[in-house]
Ligand binder design. Structure first.
Ligand code: SF4
Length: 291
């Protein structure tokens, strides 16, 4: 099996077989993201090579593979026919396969349209990790996400309509001190409109070689401290009014919460409220991410 460039996967895919169908990210502009800023350009790997990787994995792991993650920034952007062929081939090799997952930004999911997403779901694609990051159009524009709230919501709805499991990522603190209220409010609004299966929380950690780090260092962007992020999380959770699961399964977060809304809302808010009693110095310290 061959890998090229940085290989990123979410913690929820820790047990998954990683097979690269694309390299890099076709967008590559988000101001907070360092993953593909230097080096690899986006490309789609030839389908026969991906199939060879699947065969090599089958020879090594046999039928033990239950989940496959196709890493790289936006594998959903690759041609539908090729991705469907890869999903079908993986399902034919691994008889106990339960899930195939990709990352996808809203604009690429949206461009696929319902018919292509249905083709992918029928071929065995199961889950999309959508980087919502924020529902606030001003923040989305500032961080150069490439989509506004309308497209984010439309993409999320299309994915769900096609029968794909939608995991939505939110970056706490992405609006800084200036836009924390609108970040929480508009993100909850987007979540309420697309009703994702899971909302995954991450907290902003500035990364080296990114425009956002430059803004922080020059004082143009004022980061929230731990209490600010926790208050923002409370405002977000309080405003979500659709059934969904909220998890903060990431090392960047100050407080780990997990629960199903609406049932666990009071418990989640209570955990967050209690954590405000701790002095800010007791939380993880500020650091600049290098990977
Ligand atoms: S779409 Fe994802 S991988 Fe691409 S630049 Fe933005 S955050 Fe990074």
């Amino acid at each position: 099996m061959g890998y090229e460039g940085p290989i990123y996967r979410p913690p929820s895919e820790a047990d998954s077989l990683l097979i690269q169908a694309t390299v890099g990210c076709p967008h590559n502009l988000c101001t907070f993201c360092m993953v593909y800023k230097q080096g690899v350009k986006f490309k789609v790997r030839p389908t026969h090579e991906v199939k060879e990787d699947l065969e090599a994995a089958f020879r090594t792991y046999g039928d033990t593979v239950r989940t496959i993650f196709l890493p790289a920034g936006n594998t959903i952007a690759m041609p539908t026919a090729a991705l469907a062929e890869i999903c079908r081939y993986a399902s034919s090799l691994f008889s106990r396969l339960e899930r195939i997952t990709v990352y996808g930004s809203a604009q690429y999911i949206y461009r696929k349209g319902l018919e292509n997403l249905r083709v992918l779901a029928a071929a065995g694609l199961t889950r999309i990790h959508l980087g919502l990051e924020s529902g606030d159009d001003d923040i989305l524009a500032r961080v150069k996400k490439g989509s506004d709230r309308r497209v984010q919501v439309a993409a999320g709805r299309l994915a769900r309509q096609a029968g794909l499991e939608l995991n939505c990522y939110v970056i706490l603190g992405l609006g800084g001190q200036d836009r924390t209220a609108s970040h929480a409010r508009e993100t909850a609004r987007a979540i309420n409109e697309m009703a994702p299966d899971v909302v995954r929380l991450r907290t902003l950690v500035p990364k080296i070689n990114t425009p956002l780090l430059e803004d922080i260092q020059t004082g143009r962007f004022k980061m929230l401290g731990p209490h600010g992020v926790i208050r923002e999380t409370m405002a977000l959770v309080a405003a979500i009014n659709v059934p969904t699961r909220v998890v903060s399964d990431h090392y960047t977060n100050y407080v780990n919460v997990a629960g199903r809304l609406p049932g666990d809302k009071a418990a989640l808010l209570s955990t967050l409220r209690k954590s405000l009693a701790a002095d800010e110095a007791g939380f993880r310290s500020f650091f600049i991410g290098t990977q």
